[in-house]
Design a protein around this ligand. Structure first.
Ligand SMILES: Nc1ncnc2c1ncn2[C@@H]1O[C@H](COP(=O)(O)OP(=O)(O)OP(=O)(O)O)[C@@H](O)[C@H]1O
Ligand SMILES: [Mg+2]
Length: 508
């Protein structure tokens, strides 16, 4: 990056206010970005980060406020307006079309023509240099569906570069990336900055923010909550800006309490993704089993087969000694196994429903009165308890899930399962997109559930989380359980060692 004193301001947002029905998402927010600067935008779930960036990206129109881009007043009425001002957006939910190839995505809507036809050869030639810059080792005619999420994200960045973006917004870019893809992305951010391109980086992973940001801007309840300059950026300083107080770090290790042995027993289970592999393991009631592994290791598939949404090819699952019929999720729920899935949009949440309906969805028979009517009052009470307990930021329990911020949607999914009386809960990436305060809250709840005898199976790609709250860790690699670690063996290195397919003995 060049001498900071000589850099120019590429963006100035002043007194931006944005209201939605019942919520002031942004209240007189100011936000500046310098050329080549990496600015992290942090804040709790629902603080207004995505909304501020959608205003800049032309998705939302502010009710008040002004925007100045490279010194001139800017009116951003549409995504096209943002494009022409040099604002590129890598969204929280990816925006690429996976039935097209890489080049077609990069030049979507701006395809070069020759003799009235799309000039594919030119697209290919023009795309290649951007892929080289980003170190993305795929051909421009690879279909997007063949790429990992990390690679698809690089395609979105290539698209922004091809439009000569001066500012690239990344909204939680690493939440679905593997460790090495995350490293790669952070490196790319550094390179972009060197070239004078500014990056606005939104993340709940404060370690990454510390690694890449030149400056941190915090929002709290839709307002500016302070800034940190490069020498001041550290975990505790960020947390106190976001939550407005210091968070106590509670020790989360298990305490001595009664356990129920063999509460969940999975034997020789085979999934369609890795039909040649069989998995067997047990979890006691009272225990939190962490399951680590690289993205694609088959952990979610194993969880889905255990729960029964995906039929297992063979093998068996039992709860408290009672075998559950394969492929029968309904029976699993009756037996007390619940799955809080990874992709909340697909299986966790009905976006059009309000919070009350979502929380009570899987538990309708508990809220039904004897004559079969749903007890709306009881249903709402339960939803309100969960809103309180998980600090879900919403105007009311009858707000539609679709209008909630990403992290708050995740909390609704958790609320749904916590409102029931589980014996076994499978959490698949439970805190993806969740802010620090709520994370701590969720860990406390998990521990509380365990203390009440629940067997907890937690799949997570967040290393800190796996190490911090598991009682025991199982690691998977390409469909196979490669090893198990007891507390005294915990460490980042042994996990990575097993996650890339080595066995435990090879370590010594
Ligand atoms: N389209 C919408 N309609 C109504 N309310 C909305 C809409 N989009 C956002 N909101 C509300 O605006 C507030 C800010 O949401 P925003 O998505 O900006 O939060 P965020 O800081 O990005 O949170 P997260 O970390 O969870 O992604 C929230 O209260 C949210 O419910
Ligand atoms: Mg957001």
């Amino acid at each position: 990056m060049q001498d900071p004193a000589k850099r120019v301001k590429v963006l100035h947002m002043e007194n931006i206010t944005k209201r939605f029905p019942g919520v002031t998402a942004l209240n007189q927010v100011n936000f500046d970005v310098m050329e080549g600067e990496v600015v992290a935008l942090i804040g709790e779930n629902g603080a207004g980060k995505s909304t501020l960036m959608k205003v800049l990206g032309g998705v939302h129109h502010p009710d008040e406020g002004t925007i100045t881009a490279s010194g001139s007043p800017a009116v951003i009425r549409s995504v096209a307006d943002a494009d022409s001002l040099g604002v590129g957006f890598v969204h929280q939910e990816l925006n690429v079309l996976d039935n097209l190839d890489v080049g077609a995505n990069v030049f979507l809507g701006r395809e070069p023509h020759r003799f009235g036809l799309i000039n594919r050869r030119k697209i290919k030639a023009d795309t290649q240099p951007f892929l080289d810059t980003l170190g993305l080792d795929v051909s421009p005619d690879t279909p997007l569906s063949k790429l990992s999420i990390g690679q698809q994200q690089m395609v979105e960045i290539a698209k922004a570069l091809s439009k000569e973006a001066k500012i690239i917004i990344m909204d939680e870019p690493t939440s679905s990336l593997t460790l090495s893809e995350t490293e790669r992305l952070l490196k790319v951010i550094g390179d972009l900055s060197e070239q004078g391109i500014a990056v606005i980086y939104i993340s709940h992973r404060l370690g990454e923010v510390t690694q890449c940001a030149h400056r941190v801007v915090a929002l709290r309840d839709g307002k500016n909550a302070g800034e940190l300059k490069s020498g001041e950026i550290n975990h505790d300083a960020m947390v106190s800006l976001m939550v407005g107080r210091d968070l106590k770090r509670t020790p989360l290790t298990s305490s001595d309490h009664e356990t129920v042995p063999r509460r969940l027993v999975v034997s020789n289970l085979r999934t369609a993704l890795y039909p040649e592999c069989q998995s067997s393991f047990e979890i006691s009631g009272g225990e939190i089993l962490g399951m680590a592994g690289l993205v694609g290791a088959g952990r979610s598939e194993l969880a889905q087969a255990t729960f029964g949404v995906d039929p297992a090819l063979s093998g068996s699952v039992s709860v408290d000694g009672i075998t559950i019929k394969r492929g029968a999720a309904r029976q699993s729920i009756k037996a007390g196994i619940y799955l809080a899935p990874e992709d909340r949009k697909l299986t966790g949440l009905v976006l059009e429903f309000d919070i009350t309906q979502n929380v009570s969805l899987a538990d309708l028979w508990n809220h039904s009165s004897r004559i079969g009517l749903i007890d709306r009052y009881a249903e709402r009470k339960v939803a309100e308890q969960q809103i309180e307990r998980l600090k879900i930021k919403t105007p009311s329990a009858s707000t539609a899930a679709i209008t909630l911020s990403g992290g708050n949607q995740q909390k609704v999914v958790l609320g749904k399962w916590l409102s029931m009386k589980p014996k076994v809960i499978i959490f698949d990436e439970p805190t993806r997109g969740i802010d620090v305060g709520a994370k701590a809250e969720i860990y406390k709840l998990m521990r509380e559930l365990a203390r009440n005898g629940v067997a907890i199976w937690m799949i997570s790609s967040d290393m800190e989380e796996v190490l911090g709250i598991s009682d025991r860790i199982v690691v998977m690699h390409e469909g196979q359980i490669t090893g198990e670690l007891q507390r005294d063996e915990f460490g980042e290195e042994p996990i990575m060692h097993l996650a890339v397919g080595n066995s435990k003995t090879e370590a010594n």
